[in-house]
Design a protein around this ligand. Structure first.
Ligand code: HEM
Length: 259
């Protein structure tokens, strides 16, 4: 059993903290960037899953982001702009989160011994969030870079072919689980930390939030897996056909989104 002073020293805190406001500012920035990314991921999942409503639905969502219905032609660079903003938020969030990771084996040991000792569900959730966050460092950037550099190559045929012929599916599959677990736990922890939606009885409020978290995580995982299957099927069915950009029959001429 460690004394409180040992525990604080182990996780890099002084028993007599200074007066700097930076730790609080960084905490707030981490919460805000996490909230923005979590909400973005919900939107992202709905947009990507438009394929479940048909090729035309996904085509409309894609072209809407390219400004096609506003400018009368597609500007995929708009998508690159959105990706750049998301990537900057992602780097900022990861940088701020790094402060919370165990920095050496001793800190790791302290954490795991306390986790075992406490047997506290939320401490285990924190650990799952740290591990999935670490995975996202590596898994998200290949996808973001692809979207940044080839924003015009998004569409029912193009995305299906990326899943299947481009062999992006293993990355997407792991990314899906990592991001849904990470985002769900992150939003739950934000609500607990800042006292949102808890009501007067904190314990009952927390139990309610945890149930909502699992419902949302399962909902997005099921939606994600159905979407995954839809793109895989398109990719497999078209695997032996020449690469083509999907354009609905009612759109003539093609909007000319460059590859
Ligand atoms: C603005 C930035 C982003 C854009 C424009 C974007 C766009 C897309 C598109 C078009 C797809 C369909 C597959 C394809 O065309 O290759 C997709 C799939 C996916 N994206 Fe993103 N994405 C972005 C950011 C992210 C981030 C930050 C993550 C996670 C950290 C992520 C996770 C995923 C996952 C897991 C899939 C597969 C979905 C499934 O299997 O159901 N995306 N994304």
């Amino acid at each position: 059993m460690h004394t409180p002073t040992e525990v604080m020293a182990g996780i890099g805190l002084s028993a007599r903290p200074g007066k700097s406001r930076w730790p609080a500012r960084m905490d707030l920035a981490q919460s805000l960037s996490g909230l923005a990314l979590g909400l973005f991921m919900w939107g992202h999942m709905f947009f990507v899953s438009s394929i479940l409503l048909g090729y035309d639905a996904m085509w409309i969502v894609t072209r809407a982001f390219e400004g096609y219905f506003f400018f009368g032609r597609a500007y995929p660079l708009i998508v690159s702009g959105v990706v750049a903003v998301v990537a900057v938020l992602f780097v900022l969030h990861a940088f701020l989160a790094m402060r919370k990771f165990p920095a050496n084996y001793r800190q790791y040991q302290l954490f795991t011994s306390h986790r075992a000792l406490l047997g506290h569900g939320d401490t285990t959730l924190w650990w799952v969030q740290a591990v999935t966050g670490f995975m996202l460092f590596f898994l998200a950037f290949p996808h973001l870079y692809q979207m940044l550099m080839h924003p015009g190559a998004i569409g029912p045929y193009e995305s299906g072919s990326r899943f299947w012929n481009g062999n992006w599916w293993p990355l997407y599959l792991v990314l899906l689980f990592a991001v849904e677990l990470h985002g769900g736990i992150g939003l739950y922890r934000l609500a607990v930390k800042w006292g949102w939606l808890q009501g007067d009885d904190t314990n009952a409020g927390r139990a309610r939030l945890k149930r909502a978290k699992w419902v949302l995580t399962i909902f997005f995982l099921v939606l994600g897996l159905a979407t995954f299957a839809a793109y895989m099927k398109i990719g497999r069915d078209r695997a032996h056909l020449p690469a083509e950009t999907y354009t609905p029959a009612w759109v003539q001429p093609a909007p000319g989104a460059a590859k």
